[in-house]
Design a protein around this ligand. Sequence first.
Ligand code: SIN
Length: 358
Amino acid sequence: MSSQENTSENSPHILVLGMGGTIAGLASRPEDKPLEYVAGQVEVGSLLAHIQSAVPEGIQLVSRQLANINSCNLTEALLTQLGEAVREALANALVTGVVLTHGTDTIEETGVFLQLTCGKYAENLGKRVILTGAMLPANAPKADGPSNLLDAIRWASTPIDDCPGGIYAVMDGRGCMAMDLSKRHGSALNAPIQASPSSSVGLINPSWLSGVKAVQALWTEDWPIPKEGEWPWVEILTSHAGARPETITHWLNSKVKGLVLAGTGMGSLHDAWRESLVAAVKHGIALVRTSRTGAGEAQANLPEKDIPGCLASGSLSAPRARIALQLALNAEKQAQTAGKSLTWQDFFARIAVLPVIR
Ligand code: SIN
């Protein structure tokens, strides 16, 4: 991991972690072809230098480059490094808040990862971690990165009574819990947040805030961060017209520990999969059912849909359910090593009970 620190780190500051993405991207012909760009080109320190004159007086910023990638290449090892960096930052009394610049393609995975591993810690310490990104590269004439970054810095540093500590995200003037991010559009400026319950970052909406507090009240304990190289292997499979059992049986003799099944509608799975899914459960493969629609909920206890042993993902999209299942499987392993008989289902069920913010 490359790292770059500036000099205000001995006084109270906001730590800005850089992971890359379009916010750090450059187009070769920005005036007429802004979408022909390469992500992850500009260092986070330069992104901050660009907006320095607009940063409210008194806010000290320290930057650290964790990676500079197109987030389609996000790895589990990098998530481990990021989770540890966020925990370390939260533990540092001089860090008053954290901002994370990230590619929007997989920001939803990072959002749920940080909520499940650092959310309670951030809340207890009264510190905000704000994820942000951009849909246009840094040198595009109408680049959205600078305003998103400024919003994130302002939100990370506003007094705590406005909004509790926790893991949030901001895009296009709106903020949401980072675990609610879900990119549902290829190019809209608000793509990762347009379908998420959110609030204007300028004026926090009280009903959104009470939803956040209801989620936080039920999220009582963070889960361990898997060590690099110890993330359980989990794949996402999509049910569709003409589905074949081979899509499932292919994995039975592999080292896959879990499958996230992106079903049709509310999470229905093709009958052609049923027998092989029952076999997968017998093989000890963890199954979670979600919806390929990308919206709404996959509810539990629908007899027509449920395969014994397969849990419903609630409102988690397939990419978020995959991270949650990996963390639940890892938490089960850690619990069993510590002599506790908790299963991945016990852990995963804690997510299913979290209320959906309306
Ligand atoms: C990326 O995810 O790194 C590229 C796309 C984006 O940031 O919008």
